[in-house]
Design a protein around this ligand. Structure first.
Ligand code: PEP
Length: 235
């Protein structure tokens, strides 16, 4: 399984340091080999000494080395910490920050060309899901326009917008249906995200095409993230 935590706009620099240290100790003590990703805020980025299966990444970046893009960071700032992992296409960036598919593709290509591991997020809104699986799939495939789905360092995260931050995950059969449709064309790991927590992780990890989870709110405290990992490791 892959376990990823997206801090969004949460946690301080001091707490992130403590969080990552505790995570490292937990992983080493329990001899966990699964891949674990942490996406802290920009202000909490640092050089962390970690086992190779724990990777810190950025939640976003502008596709430039450096330049005049107020409020953004570029490759120069990411390189300073030796980071090689990025989250692209999260629905909060698509919807709240109005990021277009065109810009998302630009980011994807820029970081792909530089060998970054990319967690690429897709997800449909409720009204589309309510129209049925065909509409949902049409919407989701459109979020792959311009994206190289064969990129070897790609991980896809399916995150239905209506399940994010609501406390109510999509139903197992609905996730199953979408992931198996995606799996027909996509060979890279597939994650599910949307109100994953320690109480539903076992049900989610039992889904055939689910290779892991991207977790928001239930992972912002290290104890809960460790609990999710412990319960979610496939036996
Ligand atoms: C997310 O935003 O990536 C997410 C999955 O959030 P939550 O777990 O809070 O639904």
């Amino acid at each position: 399984m892959i376990f990823a935590t997206n801090f969004k706009t949460n946690n301080t620099r001091a707490y992130t340091k403590e969080y990552i240290q505790t995570l490292k100790e937990f992983v080493l003590k329990n001899d966990i080999k699964d891949d674990i990703f942490v996406f802290p805020t920009f202000t909490s980025l640092d050089m962390f000494e970690l086992p190779s299966n724990i990777r810190v990444g950025v939640q976003n970046a502008y596709p430039v080395q450096n330049g005049s893009y107020t409020g953004e960071i570029g490759l120069e700032q990411i390189d300073e910490f030796g980071l090689k992992t990025i989250l692209i296409g999260h629905s909060e960036r698509r919807v709240i920050l109005k990021e277009s598919q065109e810009l998302i593709v630009e980011k994807f290509n820029y970081f792909k060309e530089r060998g970054f591991e990319i967690i690429y997020c897709i997800g449909e809104p409720k009204e589309i899901r309510d129209e049925g699986v065909d509409s949902a799939m049409e919407y989701l495939w459109s979020e792959f326009d311009g994206i190289d789905i064969e990129y070897e360092k790609l991980i896809v995260a399916y995150e239905p917008i209506w399940a994010i931050g609501t406390g109510v995950s999509a139903k197992k059969e609905d996730i199953d249906e979408i992931l198996s449709n995606l799996r027909a064309k996509i060979k890279v790991p597939l994650l599910y995200g949307g109100s994953v927590k320690s109480s539903n992780i076992q049900e989610i990890e039992s889904i055939k095409d689910c290779d892991g989870v991207l977790v928001g709110s239930a992972s912002w405290k290290i104890e809960s993230f460790c609990e999710i990992i412990k319960n979610g490791i496939k036996g």
